[in-house]
Ligand binder design. Structure first.
Ligand code: ISE
Length: 335
């Protein structure tokens, strides 16, 4: 039997996941679309034959319309969806961030622990990107020597009107806060943000690009260029510096064209194509695990750790110098 997935939130990511589940993912179908906005709900339902529409998750739960929940609302709406989904004992794939701050993330951890099972997978999809996975293997294998530094570039062509200054951290660098420790095998001890010359093309409400510096407890240092008005396209790339070499991921690929005295290669316009393979692999891994009642990917504890790093990152955005990232001991449940 297919896993009946309820997708909560039918914005850009929700609509993308609905299409993905019905077209690409084996063993799952979208059975419910939960979206308060009627127009968006209708548009999503038109792409999901057989699915029922609901305004609230509770109504879909009352109708026994789903076996698992994919949460794709903006981060500030995650807690009120996570709590009833946990109470119903359903496996959950929650788009990043887990929640907006460490306090609410802790509340979610407690609710998950009360169910006695790990039910929440957080949508840090970069862990499912083949190149990130290859770099992690290289680091772990040690064949190029120890990892010393990571230079990360995180560039968006532009951002929507709803994107405000703290989202540079909470919505964007949130990914590096998860994937950097996953790659480098340490945890973040502090975060610093430097803002240099402002891009005159960025919206008035933003001051960027920014340079985010992180120090890990294993001595590795990391810089992230966070840039959301780069105009030309979407680019997420990393250069890893080892004792005996350098590795790069996220370089443009595909068709190369020499014409009219110039050389061209394509670049992505946004994350839906750049990380399409990662999203596919992430959702398939989750569906396979959810059919057995579990998860297969970043946990709620990973989500909590990132929330703590984001809180330090936002503080760093508003002050000068490094801000410490202080984590409580890992609860036994997540050890
Ligand atoms: C967006 O919300 C994402 O999650 C993308 O992966 C990220 O690159 C972008 O900067 C965010 O706004």
């Amino acid at each position: 039997n297919d896993l009946r997935v309820g997708v909560v939130g039918a914005g850009m990511m929700g609509a993308d996941h609905i299409k993905r589940i019905n077209a690409t993912i084996a063993g799952a179908t979208v059975s419910a679309v939960v979206e308060p906005d009627e127009q968006r709900r209708a548009a999503a339902l038109a792409t999901a034959p057989g699915a029922e529409g609901y305004g609230r998750l509770e109504d879909a739960l009352d109708a026994d319309a789903l076996d698992a929940v994919l949460i794709a609302t903006p981060g500030k709406f995650h807690t009120p969806v996570l709590l009833p989904a946990l109470a119903a004992g359903l496996p959950i794939l929650c788009e990043k961030p887990l929640t907006q701050d460490p306090e609410s993330s802790w509340e979610v951890l407690e609710a998950e622990q009360a169910t006695g099972r790990r039910l929440i997978q957080v949508g840090f999809m970069r862990r499912f990107d083949p190149e990130y996975a290859a770099l992690r293997e290289l680091i772990a294998a040690g064949s190029a020597g120890d990892l010393l530094m990571l230079h990360c570039a995180h560039r968006n062509a532009s951002v929507p009107d709803s994107y405000i200054q703290p989202m540079l951290i909470n919505d964007s660098v949130v990914h590096e806060f998860d994937v950097v420790p996953w790659l480098a095998g340490g945890s973040i001890v502090n975060v610093e943000v430097r803002a240099g010359k402002r891009n005159s093309l960025t919206p008035d409400r933003l001051r960027e690009p920014i340079l985010v510096l992180m120090e890990l407890d294993n001595g590795v240092i990391v810089d992230v260029e966070m840039n959301v008005s780069i105009q030309f396209g979407y680019q997420v790339a990393t250069e890893a510096v080892f004792e005996k070499g350098v590795a790069r991921i996220g370089q443009p690929g595909g068709l190369q064209l020499w014409q009219d005295g110039a050389f061209r290669i394509g670049e992505h316009a946004d994350f839906t194509t750049r990380f399409a393979t990662a999203y596919d692999r992430q959702v398939q891994a989750w569906v396979d695990a959810a059919r057995q009642g579990g998860i297969d990917g970043p946990s709620a504890w990973d989500g909590y750790k990132v929330a703590v790093a984001c809180q330090a990152g936002v503080k760093a955005l508003e002050s000068s110098g490094p801000i410490a990232v202080e984590l409580p001991p890992t609860p036994d449940f997540y050890a």
